[in-house]
Design a protein around this ligand. Structure first.
Ligand SMILES: NC(=O)C1=CN([C@@H]2O[C@H](COP(=O)(O)OP(=O)(O)OC[C@H]3O[C@@H](n4cnc5c(N)ncnc54)[C@H](O)[C@@H]3O)[C@@H](O)[C@H]2O)C=CC1
Ligand SMILES: C[C@@H](CO)CCC[C@@H](C)[C@H]1CC[C@H]2[C@@H]3[C@H](O)CC4=CC(=O)CC[C@]4(C)[C@H]3CC[C@]12C
Length: 338
């Protein structure tokens, strides 16, 4: 009894805990962090699924709050041993204004850092983005690179720009005291363009491990950047999607892109122009714009074992398991959309 009371001593806060990644982190912490006493979940929107978590041995506290509001963040952070900051505005489609993206991703992160410093929370794990590294607008491939691979990063788009600024803030702060299925998709991207993808469960697992090991290995791990990786195969964006969409009844038509690249780019530019023209009347934010086309059309994969070397990370879910789970998830999403 005394042992378990002593063992269960940690207070964690997950910002963006009701988002796609955040929910996985929350569930993973409850399953796999035996030292957890209290788990605070901070988000703009709280999901109804939180209720079921409140009946377990860990005290789960849902906090409806906004990372852009410094006082709300301080109140949530106070007394937490570890903060996992996964809240963010993910938008590469022009839905939100650059100012809003900056406010949530950069100012929000600054507020989290300040709250940690002010309240004495020593351990902050920040979810960045591959977009911070690239691909760059020049289309330079990043072929199975690792955290030390030189690559010319250029951030013209508001989302990667904001994530890069926020990552820099976190690094600098280190050490400071204080769909409908059944249909066809048309291939647009060559199969030779390789994309790195990671199963969300493994990303969540890496967060849990980093947070757990950070205290013991602060000298090694503090201020470090870790790529997320697992055993997912290197494939083009569309071929990878077909690993899940194929078993759900979708078919990818064409072994080569059906439209030439210049035509896709023209469509992308037209979309951007339409977005600009229509903005006073209606929000037009299609999937295809010059930025998303450049990302989809540039090889960007990682090959590293830094997380394994620094804190013993091994993927929790095999590729087969990740694939099966994702197929089930896609099927469930489709079911609930109908
Ligand atoms: N979706 C992706 O492909 C990738 C996402 N990331 C990063 O991972 C993190 C989580 O992303 P996802 O779970 O995919 O996105 P998501 O949109 O599902 O989750 C983000 C969560 O943050 C919350 N949030 C947004 N603004 C907030 C605010 N002002 N205050 C409090 N909470 C707020 C949202 O309500 C949402 O629940 C983000 O920081 C994102 O930049 C990194 C790499 C890839
Ligand atoms: C041209 C289309 C033909 O099928 C395909 C368009 C696909 C794009 C919408 C996606 C291709 C790559 C995606 C991005 C990538 O996975 C990295 C990301 C990381 C983040 O932090 C946020 C999301 C995203 C930018 C992701 C967004 C969608 C794509 C651009």
């Amino acid at each position: 009894m005394a042992d378990s009371a002593q063992a269960q001593k940690l207070v964690y806060l997950v910002t963006g805990g009701c988002g796609f990644l955040g929910e996985h982190v929350v569930r993973m912490l409850l399953q796999r962090e035996p030292r957890l006493r209290e788990l605070r979940i901070f988000d703009l929107q709280l999901g109804p699924w939180l209720e079921e978590l409140k009946t377990g041995p860990v005290q789960v506290i849902a906090i409806k709050g906004d990372v852009t509001q410094a006082h709300e963040v301080i109140a949530a952070v106070a007394g937490a041993h570890v903060v996992i900051h996964a809240a963010g505005l993910v938008d590469v489609f022009g839905r939100a204004s650059p100012e809003t993206i900056h406010k949530v991703n950069v100012q929000g992160t600054q507020n989290v850092i300040e709250a940690c410093v002010q309240t004495g929370t020593q351990f902050l794990v920040y979810t960045s983005s591959m977009e911070v590294v690239g691909p760059n607008v020049k289309g330079h491939p990043f072929y199975r690179g690792n955290e030390d691979t030189p690559y010319e990063a250029v951030h013209r788009h508001p989302y990667p720009h904001s994530k890069a600024l926020a990552e820099q803030l976190v690094l600098e702060a280190n050490g400071r005291k204080g769909l409908r299925l059944g249909g066809r998709l048309f291939r647009a991207i060559p199969t030779s363009v390789e994309h790195g993808r990671v199963y969300v469960g493994n990303v969540a697992w890496m967060h849990v491990l980093v947070a757990r090991e950070l205290e013991q290995r602060a000298a090694l791990m503090g201020g470090q950047v870790y790529f997320c990786y697992d055993k997912s195969p290197y494939k083009s964006y569309e071929d990878f999607n077909m690993e899940f969409l194929g078993p759900c009844g979708l078919r990818l038509v064409g072994t080569r892109p059906l439209l030439p690249y210049w035509l896709l780019m023209l469509l992308a530019v037209l979309n951007a122009l339409l977005q600009w023209l229509l903005r006073p009347l209606v929000l037009y934010a299609p999937l295809l714009n010059p930025y998303t086309l450049a990302v989809a059309n540039t090889t960007f994969t990682v090959s590293t074992n830094k997380a394994q070397r620094h804190f013993g990370y091994e993927p929790l879910f095999s590729w087969e398991d990740s694939r099966t789970r994702t197929i089930r998830w896609v099927q469930a999403m489709d079911g609930s959309a109908q």
